[in-house]
Design a protein around this ligand. Structure first.
Ligand code: ADP
Ligand code: G3P
Length: 496
């Protein structure tokens, strides 16, 4: 057996396949973007066939780049965009509808109806989540309601449901395995995170037949074997985790109190709380960080919907930059005496506000405000939002000490300006590792350690290497004034 481990990172806008060698170094990779479908305002869909095709193509590309065969791969790990959900035909493997993506807001009326019935407490107590369209459960209910004959067929056992990992496992194993892992299950709104089981009462409320749901396994577990004809040899699937959970593992945040934040399209911060299932009083989510050898580790999560997407807005929306990497330089040119704030509620606000109806706003414009002030406001918004999450985490759990160091990853951490401003606003150090593909690395570690080809968690954690630490360097009174301005801007943006 060789130590080559393959990771599939199935993200919101693209799929990446990465082959790591026995030294956990990148040996080859492939990436493919796919089409985003916006069939109505606030709706976001993916064609599951596009996703499947991108997976097959990128795996082949990664093997080819590395000059390796599938027979040399000891194991495969899958990590995926979370909450996005597919329903497919058990007999043919064909989806009955496009995948409904995590960003999709179509089930807001259903969530409101359930809230009006006083059910949010029940959902939160059992799942650690909130009644927001973000999560999979109401999306499954919507498809069962709207696709003709779907609920009857689901009741007869003809249809299967699952998050993207589950759909890929079904396809990769040629329809032999219908499974998911505990982290993906914990994002569905129908999984009891204290009992580690699908919850009959919640399934009943949403009218979802239990028989359409996958078996829930540990993150490092036996998820079946890929069909030989796909990649030329069978590969064992031994690791699965939602992308933010895989990044937590890839950043080696194995100890309670450790925290990572990933800055891609959105920003997702996870704080490891160990075996403590912390119930947030500040509208953070409680989630399963990972489940290994039957032992569940929990996390508090703050989810921000717009981070790098605000940089895309600078580039594609108001066209003040040509490339994302120009944003830091432009922000650096902003007039320090102007207090311009952007609240990027383009698709509502996530944690800790959860305001689906709020929309983006900009405050503090003067006749001198221009592209530089807009760029600074967009980048600073990411720092302010992370600060709001950290404050909420500290209020919720004593283990989140004032000494918390943030480990960061994702496309946006390439911006030194943003990382420095993040440290300044958090008043805490920000650590950028040498390996930025932490999500894929986390999935690879799950599979590699299960295969016995990669080191255990303790040794893996020792291999984490710092590229640069950003230390806070802002006067306390300046920080306080800036935070007061931000909080005022958010107050004026909220819809209620
Ligand atoms: N140098 C940079 N400065 C600021 N933002 C950046 C920079 N490079 C990339 N980004 C932002 O990072 C995001 C891409 O990160 P990535 O982790 O690939 O996202 P995702 O996985 O969500 O598609 C984009 O929104 C882009 O605007
Ligand atoms: O695909 P990403 O990296 O934008 O992550 C999406 C998150 O998992 C959504 O919860």
């Amino acid at each position: 057996m060789t130590g080559y481990i393959l990771a599939i990172d199935q993200g919101t806008t693209s799929t990446r396949a990465i082959l790591f060698d026995g030294e956990m170094k990148l040996a080859g990779s492939g990436q493919k973007e796919f089409t985003q479908h916006y069939p109505a305002s606030g709706w976001v869909e993916h064609d599951p066939e596009d996703i499947w095709a991108s997976v097959v193509t990128t795996v082949k590309a990664a093997l080819k780049k590395a000059g390796r065969n599938a027979s040399e791969v000891a194991a495969l790990g899958i990590t995926n965009q979370r909450e996005t959900v597919v329903i497919w035909d058990r007999a043919t493997g064909k989806p009955i509808h496009n995948a409904i993506v995590w960003q999709d807001r179509r089930t807001a009326p259903l969530c409101q109806k359930l809230k009006n019935q006083g059910l949010e407490k029940t959902f939160t107590k059992k799942t650690g989540l909130l009644l927001d369209p973000y999560f999979s459960g109401t999306k499954i209910a919507w498809m069962l309601d709207k696709v003709k004959g779907a609920r009857k067929r689901a009741e007869k056992g003809e249809l299967l449901a699952g998050t993207i990992d589950s759909f890929l496992i079904w396809r990769l194993t040629g329809g032999k395995v219908h499974a998911t892992d505990a982290t993906n299950a914990s994002r569905t709104l129908v999984y009891n995170i204290a009992e580690n089981a699908w919850d009959d009462e919640l399934l009943d409320i949403l009218n979802i037949p239990a028989k359409m749901l996958p078996e829930v396994k540990d993150c490092a577990d036996d998820f079946g074997i890929t069909e030989k004809n796909l990649f030329g040899a069978e590969i064992r699937i031994l690791g699965v985790a939602g992308d933010q959970h895989a990044a937590t593992i890839g950043q080696a945040c194995f100890e309670p109190g450790m925290m990572k934040s990933t800055y891609g399209t959105g920003c997702f911060a996870l704080l490891n709380t160990g075996s403590d299932l912390v119930r947030s009083k500040n509208r953070l989510l409680t989630t399963i960080a990972y489940r290994l050898n039957g032992k569940t580790t929990y996390a508090l999560e703050g989810s921000i919907f717009i981070a790098g997407a605000a940089v895309q807005w600078l580039r594609d929306g108001i066209k003040v930059i040509g490339k994302a990497e120009q944003s830091g330089k432009l922000a650096n040119e902003a007039d320090p005496t102007q207090n311009v704030y952007l609240v990027p509620a383009f698709v509502g606000l996530g944690a800790p506000h959860w305001d689906a109806e709020a929309r983006g706003a900009i405050f503090g414009l003067t006749r001198n405000s221009g592209p530089a002030e807009f760029a600074r406001a967009a980048l600073e918004a990411v720092a302010y939002q992370t600060r709001d999450l950290l404050d909420a985490m500290r209020k919720d759990w004593k283990g989140a000490s004032a000494k918390t160091v943030l480990r960061v990853d994702g496309g946006m951490v390439a911006s030194d300006w943003t990382m420095q401003r993040l440290a300044d606003i958090l008043d805490a150090p920000v650590d950028r590792p040498t390996i930025l593909e932490t999500t894929a690395l986390g999935a690879a570690w799950l599979a590699g350690s299960k295969a016995g080809a990669w080191p255990d968690a303790r040794k893996f954690a020792k291999s984490w290497a710092l590229e640069r630490r950003f230390q806070p360097d802002m006067d306390g009174s300046v920080r306080a004034a800036k935070l007061a301005g931000w909080r005022d801007a958010v107050r004026r943006t909220l819809s209620v």
